[in-house]
Design a protein around this ligand. Sequence first.
Ligand code: C5P
Length: 403
Amino acid sequence: MNILKNKKILLGVSSGIAIYKAVDLSSKLRKLDVDLNIVLTEDAKKMVSPTVFSAVGNCPVYTDYFNEVKDGWIPHTQLSAESDALIIAPATANIIAKIANGFADDLLSLIALAFREKSKIIVPTMNTRMYNSPALQRNLELLKKDGWIIVEPEVGHLACGEIGKGRYPDNEIILEFLEDSLTKKTLIGKKVIITAGPTVEPIDPVRNITNKSSGKMGYELARAFSYSGAEVTLISGPANINIPYTIKNFVKVNTALEMKNEVMKYFNDSDIIVMSAAVSDYRVENYSNIKIKKDKDNLIIKLKKNPDILKEIGKIKKDKQLLIGFAAETNDLINYAKRKLIEKNCDLIVANDVSKKEIGFNSDFNEVYIIDKMGDVTHVEKASKREIAFNIVSYISNNYYSR
Ligand code: C5P
């Protein structure tokens, strides 16, 4: 599920030095199959030609309120009425001041004034002294009150040579804000725990036992649940993945025992528990405080079974809590998964075949089967892990939380 596919997005561009990054944003939006329109301010037009935006975004570009719109009408009323979302990036202090105070003397400010209760995102970027000025901050407060979502600039090296807050953030972050703002909030008020990634069991101060889990599926589930309005606690073993900005509670752990402790802390207060972590089944019984020397031909390390977190939660879960386990198998997938669902007292099991090279561990893709307590199996076809995660979350919303 590509949330942005065929959505009508209007990108407003003003004349910040970071304007070249807005060209990349228009390229990224095009690749996400959005129905794109772009508006440039007069000064933006002096910095980057409308032709560049039109070619890279493969879309119409408007610069003037006297421009003609495709099916003939008034550009500012038509574009503001028909678009699902408006993003202004980069937004200068000038366009922010105009919009905050209701000025409407160019195409972009006219559109902003006419753009009512829809997704409105603004990305202020400028010199740090301008950004921190009382007037700019006052105007941003006004925008927030009027329902604008502010994507805060980053701290770093600025075009003027100064260092401070004011840099254009990563376009991926702007896209996260956009996707979040356009996702139906079906799980508002629900508290969700998600375990993700591998766990790491130390042998000595420099060696570990771990597994091949990347954590991608769990992080995408955390994203999908949080975009749907749920309050997510992501409990993760070591994973090299950016945490979606919508995750307000991120807990990093290393070992299975640490993961279990954290799950237990949040368990009572949660509505949905999703166990997607690849928890190490064993830990080292006699951890060595000093580095083990390689002076023997054979080294025997004794392992001790770790707690099965999912099984323990299954024993104590309350009826109103929804418990979701994962099953990674190499053969007889559905039967093993069904058995696991019963053994661990889950409400749902998400099963995937890890013998297929192009999906599963470390891949960006997956293909899963969702199995419920009645034994009904729903196939989710091969897709990116992000799409799979959104499909799993909409399955849960539709089957358990829709009125
Ligand atoms: O038994 P198996 O490891 O195949 O079960 C996988 C499911 O159990 C996953 O949901 C995983 O997160 C969970 N699990 C767990 N604690 C363990 C082992 C697995 O929570 N020690």
